[in-house]
Design a protein around this ligand. Structure first.
Ligand SMILES: N#Cc1ccc(Nc2nc(N)cc(-n3ccc(CO)n3)n2)cc1
Length: 280
């Protein structure tokens, strides 16, 4: 159910890092269209040969992303299988994963972060309308296609990456919704919980929540129905708390999330506007 790419049509460039079961490289693919050779810059995501057992979720992730298209969903060109390597060929997204970008550049504004949050909410709304649960929403899976810089008014642009190979569930606390540990089922509501965790990450400059806690402590976080430390901005902290409710049915719809983000954006701008007026 997706395009198979010939290995000889791929060119491999430098390694860009390693995930849990995957290794990513910059590369390019050539294809002939109406007799013309086109070369496209790509990201090559290789599934470790010794993790054959999770190649199924690897392919499932790829096929999910190649069946639907949306401006905030990563484009997957196809799959290439060569000897014992499974390779996912993705569009190359210029600035890479958002968590690393936020850790590096501490100076992104509140409106920049709200803009990114709203784009993610739109991507989730699109998936919700198609009744598709992503299952792995986190800042690491948000890719920054355009930086957007404070000087000119062009804003950031993100793409939601494939769900990836389902890492060990306990390692994904607190991104994975608590009920998933019992049901092992990924429902739409799970993405709302993960959206809350990702919002927390974005407003904590890419710092991972429960950083450095071991698996026992992480499991207890759910057993004690704990919440992440609230942000100073109470309206934003409220939205995160709504998303990270232990009862899935109480979590807000994507439409409600987008509405609340819009009012935060407006109130944020009003506050900035008021401060500018005072300073005149
Ligand atoms: N320095 C640097 C640098 C690194 C990567 C990109 N680009 C890119 N494009 C994609 N399609 C996917 C990814 N990913 C990165 C982590 C994951 C998680 O799996 N994906 N990175 C651009 C610059």
């Amino acid at each position: 159910q997706f395009h198979m790419i010939k290995h000889e049509d791929l060119t491999w460039k430098e390694s860009l890092g390693q995930g849990s079961f995957t290794h990513i490289f910059r590369g390019s693919k050539t294809d002939q269209r109406d007799g013309v050779t086109h070369t496209t810059e790509v990201l090559l995501k290789v599934l470790d040969a010794n993790h054959k057992n999770c190649w199924e979720s690897f392919f499932e992730a790829a096929s999910l992303m190649s069946q639907i298209s949306h401006k905030h969903l990563l484009l997957v060109y196809g799959i290439s299988v060569h000897k014992s390597k499974n390779i996912m060929v993705q569009e190359f997204v210029k600035h890479g994963a958002l968590d690393l970008y936020l850790k590096k550049s501490m100076s992104v504004s509140v409106s920049w972060k709200l803009d990114v949050a709203k784009q993610l909410a739109c991507a989730l709304n699109f998936l919700e309308e198609k009744n598709i649960a992503h299952g792995n929403i986190c800042a690491k899976n948000l890719l920054l296609a355009r930086e957007g810089d404070p000087s000119s008014d062009n804003s950031p642009f993100i793409k939601l990456s494939d769900p990836g190979t389902s890492m060990a569930l306990l390692d994904r606390i607190p991104w994975v919704a608590p009920e998933v540990l019992d049901t092992l089922e990924i429902e739409l509501e799970c993405d709302k919980w993960s959206f809350g965790t990702t919002l927390w990450e974005i407003f904590n400059n890419g710092e991972a929540p429960l950083q450095g806690q071991d698996l026992i402590q992480k499991q207890q976080f759910y057993e004690h129905f704990s919440n992440l430390p609230a942000l100073e901005w109470t309206e934003l902290a409220d939205l995160i708390a709504q998303c990270m409710q232990y009862q899935p049915e109480l979590r807000p719809s994507c439409r409600s999330i987008i509405r609340q983000l819009n009012s935060l954006i407006t109130s944020g701008n009003t506050q900035v506007f008021a401060i500018c007026l005072q300073q005149q």
